[in-house]
Design a binder for this molecule. Structure first.
Ligand code: IMP
Length: 181
């Protein structure tokens, strides 16, 4: 007899109102640090797209955006650390104030790789904004300049984060558990 698939169970971790307040707060921190200078936001696809859209609209600075996509291998229990760019930026970042916008900082493998690659392209400044941080899972040290929330070691979905492309459209951020039927 075919085994039934485990049911997925969602539990709210961060409500949309908390997220909205935090994104506003991060925008004020960034404005304070850049004193009206133009900013270039680099969004890591796809998970950070909603964070980017909200942060962008909060920022009262001249701001431009670009997108980059990466894939990583060996993720799960034994990450290999191998990251590959699958869609590169459309424009040069040389001389720009760049902030990498990421949904979640987990092992740190993606951001440590991207930081190194983008630093070689000679931006004026290069910073990292991550909405969520799971410090317990870190394998590579990454210095994020703007962090929204530190969260426990759990798999989360919503607000752009997915599980097999599902749940990106949730307004809250939820912990996803699999429940045996
Ligand atoms: P890192 O390279 O391990 O830091 O992984 C960062 C990427 O892993 C994020 O951009 C997400 O795409 C994915 N990721 C890590 N943790 C979660 C999670 O809890 N939910 C959804 N995606 C996650």
């Amino acid at each position: 007899m075919a085994r039934k698939r485990p049911r997925e169970h969602l539990k709210v971790l961060l409500r949309k109102s908390q997220i909205r307040r935090k994104v506003r707060h991060l925008a004020r921190q960034i404005e304070h640090d850049f004193h009206g200078e133009p900013l270039h936001l680099v969004c890591i696809l796809k998970g950070a797209c909603i964070f980017l859209a909200d942060l962008l609209r909060e920022l009262e600075l001249p701001v431009s955006v670009d997108f980059i996509a990466v894939s990583s291998y060996g993720k799960g229990s034994l990450p290999s650390g191998e990251v590959r760019i699958t869609k590169d930026l459309d424009h040069s970042i040389e001389g720009l104030n760049v902030i990498i916008v990421e949904d979640i900082l987990d092992t740190g493998l993606t951001l440590s790789y991207l930081y190194r690659v983008l630093q070689q392209r000679k931006p004026r400044t290069l910073r990292i904004a991550a909405l969520l941080d799971k410090p317990e899972r870190r394998l590579k040290e990454v210095k994020a300049d703007y962090i929204g929330f530190e969260i426990p070691n759990a798999f989360v979905v919503g607000y752009g984060l997915d599980f097999g492309e599902k749940y990106r459209n949730l307004k809250d951020i939820c912990v996803l558990d699999s429940v045996e039927p």
